[in-house]
Design a protein around this ligand. Structure first.
Ligand code: GDP
Ligand code: MG
Length: 163
């Protein structure tokens, strides 16, 4: 069985952009509207040469389970429980939000190892916000720009020994 890597985070942080970047092709729908990934997408990809199963998820949102957002959250939780590695993505431009903090707290209680990924760090100001991510208690963030393809080699190097 291939190791399963789940890409998790609140809506609009760039999960689907990262998924497409790691998949090497456009599979997931990237959209400005939060929560546009409506279901889980899976693809076989390679992380530093190692075959893995990559999962894009709908954004984790705090909502009751009888709503669309709530069902998306439930499906993300299933993905995390089945994952061998979780890529927890935050938006370095937006900074750390209360929702990031809530999900970081939940992720710290899950058995799968979590790699913190600070996305949108291209250009000025990105590095500072990535630094803020230390406070989530999930270790060193890897700074990337999924859209511009920056930091992806770092991401591979860090993720590989965690598998
Ligand atoms: P998701 O909801 O977490 O799946 O986020 P998407 O991948 O759909 O991206 C949400 C928005 O963020 C889109 O407008 C993307 O183009 C944008 N985005 C994704 N990655 C980056 C990045 O590295 N830098 C910047 N500036 N924008 C990004
Ligand atoms: Mg998405």
């Amino acid at each position: 069985m291939l190791p399963r890597i789940a890409i998790i985070g609140r809506p609009n942080v760039g999960k689907s952009t990262l998924f497409n970047r790691l998949a090497g092709r456009k599979i997931a729908i990237v959209d400005d509207t939060p929560g546009v990934t409506r279901d889980r997408k899976e693809v076989e990809a390679r992380i530093g040469g190692r075959p893995v199963l990559l999962l894009d998820t709908a954004g984790l949102e705090e909502a009751p389970p009888d709503t669309v957002a709530g069902r998306m959250r439930a499906s993300s939780e299933v993905a995390v429980r089945q994952a061998d590695l979780v890529l927890f993505v935050i938006d370095a431009r937006a900074g750390i939000t209360p929702s990031d903090r809530a999900f970081a707290a939940w992720l710290r209680r899950q058995p799968a190892p979590v790699l913190l990924v600070a996305n949108k760090t291209e250009g000025r100001g990105g590095g500072m916000a990535a630094y803020e991510a230390y406070e989530l208690g999930l270790g060193d963030p890897v700074a990337i720009s999924a859209e511009h393809g920056e930091g992806i080699a770092d991401l591979y190097t860090t993720a590989l020994p965690m598998l």
